[in-house]
Write a protein that binds this ligand. Structure first.
Ligand code: SF4
Length: 78
């Protein structure tokens, strides 16, 4: 049961990474994406890592994370 939940969470995370990276590459930006990026821009958890902006709470690239509707800010900022 727990293993199934972990596998499902891993699957959903991988799915979100693929969707987020694809949307980032194609330049997709909804109004919600813009709103999230505006909030992330001034967040203390927004750091530069290997030349890209990432969230140091979850390790996700901000440009990708903000495009996926089901993603959530771990600090409840959006
Ligand atoms: S996802 Fe949340 S915690 Fe991470 S940088 Fe954006 S606002 Fe900050």
């Amino acid at each position: 049961m727990v293993a199934n939940m972990i596998n499902m969470n891993l699957f959903l995370k991988l799915r979100n990474i693929i969707i987020g990276n694809w949307r980032n590459l194609t330049g997709y930006q909804s109004d919600e994406t813009k709103r999230r990026r505006y909030i992330c821009k001034s967040c203390e958890h927004n750091i530069k890592f290997s030349g890209i902006r990432v969230c140091d709470c979850c390790g996700c690239p901000i440009k990708s994370k903000t495009t996926v509707e089901s993603e959530k800010c771990l600090m409840n900022k959006w």
